[in-house]
Design a protein around this ligand. Structure first.
Ligand code: LIP
Length: 274
């Protein structure tokens, strides 16, 4: 198993990831604009959960390119993922979401993201999120800041929860609707307003860019990995408003994840848990 040594390897990996995200973004756009998208419902036996031929095609593009460049690296991708075990987090691991915001994509919304993260021993080192319909690519290398289309980004300076705009989202599985509605009640009671944009990866980047003051949801590893690093490298604080399941590194655990500009983190977690 190859190991990363000097930091410059991370810059090479970031450049490679950026090229992948751009290529997959163009693929997704072409499928949408060409109206050649087959939609399958009942993903995970939940009727409203969807996967499209564009998700599958973009994921295959990403996986093939990574396998060619880094044949001994592990890959964890939304549409073909098995269960992740603790061992899977050892060494180099790519975490992929070919289309984050698949429901938006199916309904021709523009808030759609391609998310590619590179982790090593369970710590995300590189994150790239492309929003192909918005012409925006967010990127970060651990310890080296975050950018939007190459320009540095940083979180908002907000310190008052009542003046904060918070993004959230809801699972396709609505069996715990009371929990989700309680979160909405708490957010509307304590914050300025909420946004439900439909792509966690893009929401997280928008926290990093200061367009949102925070984000709170329970999401999958592939939704969180890249956007979470980008937000942290832009100055955000990331944690969880509930226990992190054993064996999952915090960088890759989307359970009750909370990502905010630092000034409102404690008050938002209190609003969600008290
Ligand atoms: C989506 C997330 C979103 C969440 C949705 C869904 P998908 O990912 O990005 O934040 O609220 O339920 O999980 O399924 O579009 O890749």
């Amino acid at each position: 198993m190859s190991r990363i040594t000097p930091k410059n390897n991370l810059r090479e990996i970031e450049q490679f990831a950026c090229s992948l995200v751009k290529e997959a973004g163009e693929f997704v756009k072409a499928r949408r604009n060409g109206n050649t998208v087959d939609v399958s419902f009942n993903k995970n036996d939940i009727e409203r959960d969807v996967v499209t031929s564009a998700d599958m095609g973009a994921e295959e593009l990403l996986i093939n390119a990574i396998r060619k460049e880094y044949p001994d690296h592990r890959i964890f991708a939304e549409e073909t993922a098995g269960k992740l075990s603790a061992k899977d987090f050892e060494g180099p691991l790519w975490v992929l979401d070919p289309i984050d915001g698949t429901v938006n994509f199916v309904h021709h919304h523009l808030f759609v993201a391609v998310s590619v993260a590179f982790a090593f021993d369970g710590e995300v080192q590189v994150g790239v999120v492309g929003c192909p319909f918005l012409g925006e690519t967010f990127s970060a290398v651990k310890g080296q800041g975050a950018t939007l289309n190459g320009s540095p980004i940083s979180v908002s300076a907000e310190t008052v929860l009542k003046r904060s705009l918070i993004a959230t989202g809801f699972p396709y599985d609505r069996s715990n609707l009371d929990y989700d509605l309680d979160r909405v009640r708490r957010l509307l009671s304590h914050c300025q307003d909420i946004r439900r944009c439909g792509s966690a990866a893009a929401d997280l980047c928008w926290v990093g860019a200061g367009r949102l003051d925070g984000y709170a949801e329970t999401i999958a590893t592939w939704d969180l990995a890249a956007g979470g690093l980008i937000a942290r490298e832009a100055g955000a604080r990331m944690g969880h408003s509930g226990p992190v399941p054993g064996g999952i590194p915090p960088d890759l655990c989307g359970d009750k994840v909370v990502v905010t500009t630092p000034g409102i983190y404690d008050s938002l977690v209190a609003a969600l848990t008290e």
